[in-house]
Design a protein around this ligand. Structure first.
Ligand code: F6P
Length: 547
């Protein structure tokens, strides 16, 4: 594998950043009245404006040449066709098959996976209908009122994010709760107001070996049986979603109450599988299928649209432009929609677990940087917290602004106020405020000349801060599905350029192994293992303070 930073296309981009660095977006807009129509794009119900970026047509040409050199089109086809592109785990990567609403065959090892996918969707439909209509009751015959999803990472963040994002589509008769942390407080506080007789637990774990999930599941089982007394109650109050049927059976969950998925679905890409069961219980299967439809529309766009008019390709390449050539290290996700409050946390796992890699697919050390730090919070909360640093801090930070133009909860002019903040922030980040403008504004306020001069440096905004604007008419299951798929593919595009495997996660293993070792020392005081002085000292302190 030839290293990406030795390619001519990479060198061209390095040189090009030197030319672009001093140029201001104000001037780029001033020189080109067609910039907005040229650098905007619509697909799958989403509108992307990428005109507020430090780019020209030449930048895009160079980025697209890099994508071609990396064989992005070839890798995309390999993914969609079910080749084992997750090479370290020797697995296909087929979350796209889960939402393949056209139902065309998708082959893994020569076998079409669509019949299995459709069978699980049908099972989900039967189950969610039964629970939502009250036909499925708890052990004592009462209908289910509360559903607790127990899972972590991809078995939590996706269902949690989507369930909350589709809050408008939920009725009050079914409340969804999510427990992920092994911290006993998470489960205890969640269960406090609940009644075991009317509570259903979904134990969600791809591997069904995850410490946090299994600990919480065992504790939930004990909580349930304390009231319901009989072992047979477990079958009415626990279902499982997993790829590991044996472990599910060993836990005591009836295999009839198990929803399967497959090793070609990565944990952080699994909300489209039965891991999405809490979503379907919350909003109904029809809405869940609309979510899949939206994602499928984005899949088709990604697979079929030419790279220069391809939303995930453009977003991915813009990220590469800043990360690898402008030295940008963090990327903010700023949803101007309260329903999307969990999107930044969801994207943190999707992006950072996928692309936080330091070796290439074939194990060579990368000599370029990979994977930005992804973070964010809903606007306008973020504006009153961290935007100061984006506007006037010393580092360049890129951001995605996301909004639904119409609210599900129109209240006076509040939605207009929200949108005006969205638009004003992206304008301010791009334009900034020159010394002349700042002086004029202060003169307008009637400030004394000396005061104006003292304040001037503080009132100047450099601007030239890049942002993407992603708009949808309304946040619906379909537009949400498209939005999530957009980001999944953006992450894929970047992984291809960086020549890494975006679909494994070996980096989280070491901490898990060491936690197992230390747990034994905390539980058994006779057990003493060699540690560094800091870890050993802290273990001693914990033992002492736990009495
Ligand atoms: O954090 C590591 C990880 O393996 C994630 O990739 C995954 O989403 C999470 O743990 C949970 O794993 P499981 O679904 O197997 O419990």
């Amino acid at each position: 594998m030839q290293e990406v930073d030795r390619w001519q296309q990479w060198r061209d981009l390095e040189r090009h950043w030197q030319e672009m660095a001093p140029r201001h977006m104000r001037d780029l807009f001033g020189q080109d009245p067609e910039r907005f129509p040229r650098y905007t794009l619509e697909a799958a119900g989403l509108f992307l404006d990428y005109s507020k970026n430090r780019i020209t047509d030449h930048t895009l040409e160079l980025l697209l040449a890099l994508a071609e050199r990396a064989d992005l089109a070839g890798w995309t086809e390999r993914m969609f066709r079910g080749e084992a592109i997750n090479n370290t785990e020797q697995r296909a990567v087929l979350h796209t098959a889960l939402r393949n609403r056209s139902n065309t065959p998708v082959l893994v090892d020569g076998k079409d996976v669509m019949p299995q996918v459709n069978a699980v969707l049908a099972q989900m439909e039967r189950f969610t209908t039964a629970v939502r209509t009250g036909a499925w009751t708890g052990f004592s015959g009462r209908p289910i009122r509360d559903v607790v999803n127990i899972g972590i990472g991809g078995s939590n963040l996706g269902p949690l994010m989507v369930t909350r994002a589709l809050g408008h589509y939920q009725s009050d008769s079914m409340r969804l709760h999510f427990v992920s942390n092994v911290d006993p407080t998470h489960l205890a506080e969640t269960l406090k107001p609940l009644d075991p007789e009317t509570t259903l637990f979904i134990v969600s774990s791809k591997t069904f070996t995850t410490q946090e999930t299994l600990s919480n599941a065992h504790a939930a089982r004990a909580w349930c049986l304390e009231v319901l007394r009989e072992e047979a109650a477990v079958a009415r109050h626990f279902v499982a979603v997993s790829t590991n049927a044996e472990a599910v059976r060993a836990f005591g969950i009836d295999p009839a109450n198990m929803f399967v998925f497959w090793d070609w679905v990565g944990g952080r890409y699994s909300l489209w599988s039965a891991i999405g069961l809490p979503i379907a219980l919350a909003v109904g299967m029809e809405r869940f299928l609309e979510l899949l439809d939206g994602a499928h529309a984005m899949d088709r766009h990604f697979r079929e649209a030419p790279p220069a008019r391809n939303m995930p390709v453009l977003l991915g390449l813009l990220g590469i432009w800043y990360h690898n050539f402008a030295g940008v290290r963090t990327h903010a996700v700023l949803p101007y929609d309260q329903y999307l409050q969990h999107l930044p946390a969801y994207l943190q796992q999707a992006d950072m677990e996928s692309n936080g890699k330091r070796v290439t697919r074939d194990g060579g050390a990368v000599s370029w940087t990979t994977g930005p730090v992804v973070w964010g919070a809903p606007g306008t909360d973020g504006q009153h917290a961290f935007y100061q640093l984006i506007h006037q801090g010393t580092q360049l930070i890129t951001s995605d602004f996301i909004a639904a133009v119409n609210s599900h909860n129109e209240l006076g002019d509040q939605q207009q106020k929200l949108l005006s903040n969205f638009l004003a922030q992206t304008e301010a980040l791009m334009k900034g405020r020159t010394p002349e403008e700042a002086r004029l504004a202060m003169e307008g306020e009637g400030l004394a000349a000396a005061r104006i001069e003292a304040l001037l440096p503080h009132k100047v905004f450099p601007g030239n801060r890049p942002s993407n604007s992603i708009l949808m008419e309304r946040l619906t299951p379909a537009t949400l599905g498209a939005l999530i798929a957009l980001y999944e593919h953006k992450i894929f595009v970047q992984g291809v350029i960086w020549q890494i495997n975006s679909f494994d996660q070996w980096g989280v293993e070491l901490g898990k192994e060491l936690a197992g070792v230390i747990l034994e020392e905390l539980v058994d005081r006779q057990c003493q293992r060699p540690h560094d002085a800091s870890t050993g000292g802290l273990i001693d302190l914990c033992r002492r303070w736990r009495g």
